[in-house]
Design a protein around this ligand. Structure first.
Ligand code: GLY
Length: 384
């Protein structure tokens, strides 16, 4: 079922990218029209009956659809896309004040960050800076990390999840925008502490590290969405790869580049990475190959690998780009790319949110679509 589409190898990569982008554009516009009159609604996934599920600004995924619209606008500007991108970005604004989650970085940077990058709208800049200040309230200088969650499953005192690496870009951007180094310092300290504590000897990572709030030392290394505490949850590896690649871009610190390359090596050589390079939801899932894939992980990895490939001029860089190409070709095949008007108007099929939580298993997810479109644009720029 999951083999590459037989014709995909016959198409040039630029034909594949064009196909992916035009499918993405069709689905995004259908989605934008469908939710236009549902106040505050942002796409999330579909339910068991195929019905569209939405969220308001407060769900961690709220910024991905506006961000996707901005990417599509960047690729092919039109008044219609701009209107929708602005409309859905506006729906996320209230997230800027959230101090009860680290996800404010995902929410605001993907939406307002892309919007500001493309329009330089000054009100967007203010929203971004407010969001960065909200995120910084979650930083503890003894631990040297931003707290991810406020719920304390099991024994957690101060849970930090690998996903949190993705929120640091909001902080490095804010330092550049304001000239205030404090945001970047927090981002770097968080990345350093995570590098020290989240990774195993083989450069796979834990999902959750909880820190002792008095000593600042890790007291638990566990999972929440993975198969086991010691397993390599696929999206966690993808967030780590993307996070350290991005932090090398933002800081130039060589240890972040080294870490990103180690993570890429772990992923690309893993015996459980399937032939089409779209990971199972966990690299150590007990029932491989009879277990769901996670297309979102492939999309996040592809986007990161493209960026990483441009930071390394050796054969390793070429291997990263080749893996990203395989992932893009697979995601753009009939197995993963939805036909127009199907899949709740999401672009990609077969992502997995939390299999242990029996939530969002083998479904479309808004962040899979966002990182897929980002990867397509990154690859398109390289081919030019
Ligand atoms: N950040 C939550 C997830 O990756 O599922």
């Amino acid at each position: 079922m999951f083999a590459c589409h037989p014709n995909s190898e016959k198409e040039s990569l630029s034909q594949v990218i064009d196909k992916g982008l035009s499918a993405a554009m069709e689905q995004a516009l259908l989605m934008a029209k469908e939710l236009e009159n549902r106040q505050g609604a942002l796409p999330r996934t579909i339910d068991k009956n195929g019905k569209l599920e939405t969220s308001n600004y407060g769900w961690w995924c709220s910024g991905f659809f506006p961000g996707e619209l901005w990417y599509l606008y960047e690729n092919k500007p039109s008044p219609e896309l701009k209107r929708y991108a602005e409309m859905y970005t506006q729906r996320v604004e209230a997230a800027k004040d959230l101090t009860n989650t680290h996800d404010v970085g995902f929410m605001i940077n993907c939406s307002y960050g892309n919007g500001y990058r493309l329009t330089k709208n000054p009100s967007y800049k203010n929203v971004l800076i407010t969001a960065a200040n909200s995120l910084c309230t979650r930083y503890d200088s003894v631990i040297g990390a931003i707290r991810s969650w406020d719920f304390n499953k099991k024994v957690w005192q101060y849970p930090v999840i690998i996903d949190n690496m993705m929120n640091l870009e909001l902080l490095t951007w804010t330092s550049k925008a304001t000239g205030d180094e404090r945001y970047k310092n927090i981002a770097e300290t968080h990345a350093d502490v995570t590098l020290k504590n989240h990774f195993r000897d083989n450069y796979s990572c834990y999902h959750v590290v909880s820190y002792d709030m008095i000593t600042g030392i890790p007291h638990a290394k566990q999972t929440h969405q993975g198969a086991a505490d010691e397993s390599a949850w696929a999206r966690g590896q993808a967030w780590a790869l993307y996070g350290y690649t991005m932090m090398y871009r933002e800081t130039g610190k060589p240890e972040y580049l080294e870490q990103a390359k180690h993570i890429a090596t772990f992923v690309m050589n893993h015996p459980s990475l399937p032939e089409d390079k779209v990971p199972y939801w966990d690299f150590d899932a007990p029932d491989i190959p009879n277990t769901p894939r996670d297309a979102s992980s492939a999309a996040i990895m592809a986007s990161a690998l493209i960026e990483l490939s441009q930071m390394d001029s050796s054969d390793f860089g070429k291997q990263c780009l080749a893996l990203a190409e395989q992932q893009i070709r697979s995601l753009t095949s009939l197995e993963y790319l939805a036909e127009k008007g199907t899949n709740g108007n999401f672009i990609l099929k077969h992502s997995t949110g939390s299999l242990p939580g029996n939530s969002e298993v083998d479904v479309p997810l808004t962040y899979a679509d966002y990182y897929y479109v980002e990867a397509l644009l990154r690859m398109k720029k390289i081919l030019k």
